[in-house]
Design a protein around this ligand. Sequence first.
Ligand code: ASP
Length: 334
Amino acid sequence: MLHRRNFIRIGSLGLSAFSFSSFHKPAVRKPLVISTWKEGLNANRAAWQILKNNGRALDAVEAGVMVTEDSINCCVGLGANPDRDGFVTLDACIMDENGNCGSVAFLERIKHPISVARRVMEKTPHVMLVGDGAQKFAVAEGFPLEEQKLSDDAKKAYEEWLKKSEYKPQINIENSGHAFAPAKLNNGDWNHDTIGMVALDAHGNLSGSCTTSGMGFKMRGRLGDSPIIGAGLFVDNEIGAATSTGLGEEVIKICGTHLVVELMRQGLKPEEACKKAVERIVHKNPAKAREFQVGFIAINKQGEYGGYCIQTGFDFAVCYADDKNFMVKGKHLL
Ligand code: ASP
């Protein structure tokens, strides 16, 4: 029989063990936003304005990538390189803390595909709209139909590309097939056609967004990973969120961002989960993997973040304070 004095002793030991562990539970870093490539710094800044004022992660990830879609110094959005027939086609998706998601793909002449994706999520019973249907929906929702016109840089790049018409993805230059590199491309600010962003808000909720013009000079009608939930973006509010960039076909083949989130569910930290997903791609085809890039970034509910890529050259932007918005070099496997 347990003596009363021992019972009290054990009880108080149990209590002190409990208070010790709860005292040492690491603080959750929130709010937090991370996004792919250097353009992510500007995008994070816009997202941060919402997050720091207790805003919703969903609003932050939409506003953040809209900056990139707007930027003339970036291949995301209507200023981007066209497909092989000379038309810019855009893909985007968004996902919130309740598992709701919306996506548009093969969308032409609309400046903010990410906002159309959000409307698909909020105003239709569907997840995905493509092509003419997506455009019709966007116009009905009041999005202006922009002129079908290539930017000067895209026009030059396209004319140069037409000389060989070779579709050949290049590592870290997602506008594949560049025989010609526009001046802006050399400063590192202009050579990525995708931004993926994931955020944790002050209320502890996660959301994500991803928007792209896809691979430059792609076949007409080609979609990559970016508008596909579970490939280019995945959010599970119990666990974490992940997004990807690089050769979309390879990300789709392993359901990349869903895999990253599931690996976090099994206990891996964001960086470890991204690494495992990269390993999965490389393992399937080690020789070919030397010829392309894929990068994943992820955050978890504790506000931990990480990224991993196949080749060197991928980096991502991390922001968790007014004066903390910085680039992190993605570790690489090969
Ligand atoms: N993942 C995008 C796609 O395949 C390209 C990119 O990330 O730059 O369309």
